[in-house]
Design a protein around this ligand. Structure first.
Ligand SMILES: [Zn+2]
Ligand SMILES: [Zn+2]
Ligand SMILES: [Zn+2]
Length: 143
C-alpha cells in the first residue's frame, strides 16, 4: 500500500489526517522492508514532526492495527512493526534478528500440513510462518 491508499483508508474510517499521523505513516513507508520498534518509530517521526510524543505513537499504531494496516511481530517480548503487506498475496518472511530487515518469500511450504489437517477433518483457515535469522549484511558485520 502506498501513502495515498493508507490515507484513504483512514479517511474512510473518519480519522483526521494530522501532521503527526502523516509523519508516522511516512516513516513506516520509508521502512517498508524492515520491522521497527516503537522507540525507533518515535525517534524517526520526531525528526519529521518535532511535537510528536510517544503516547500518540502508541495510539496511532493501535488505530493502524485495527484498520489492518500494520503487520506486527513479537520478538522476545519486543513488538516490532511494519506496514501490512498481505495485499500482495499470501507469503512468508525472512526476518533478520539483528536489524529487522524483512525479505519476502512467495513459496508456501504448508501444503503437506494442509493435507494432514484435512485427513484429521480439521478445517484449516490460516497460518503464520516467520523465519528468523541474520541477513547478509549483518553476517558480514559479525565477522
Ligand atoms: Zn510481507
Ligand atoms: Zn540484518
Ligand atoms: Zn503459507
Amino acid at each position: 500500500m502506498n501513502y495515498e491508499d493508507i490515507l484513504k483508508v483512514l479517511r474512510k474510517s473518519d480519522y483526521k489526517i494530522t501532521p503527526q499521523r502523516k509523519s508516522i505513516i511516512q516513516v513506516l513507508i520509508e521502512n517498508n522492508t524492515s520491522l521497527i520498534s516503537i522507540e525507533t518509530l518515535f525517534m524517526r517521526t520526531k525528526e519529521l514532526y518535532g511535537k510528536t510524543n510517544i503516547s500518540t505513537i502508541y495510539r496511532n499504531l493501535e488505530i493502524l492495527e485495527n484498520l489492518n494496516l500494520i503487520y506486527k511481530v513479537i520478538d522476545g517480548g519486543t513488538s516490532l512493526y511494519k506496514l501490512n503487506c498481505s495485499h500482495i498475496g499470501h507469503h512468508h518472511h525472512l526476518i533478520c534478528k539483528n536489524c529487522g530487515k524483512t525479505e519476502t518469500i512467495d513459496f508456501c511450504p504448508m501444503e503437506t500440513l494442509q493435507q494432514l489437517s484435512k485427513e484429521k477433518e480439521f478445517n484449516l483457515e490460516d497460518h503464520k510462518l516467520e523465519l528468523y535469522g541474520t541477513c547478509k549484511k549483518c553476517q558480514v558485520k559479525e565477522l
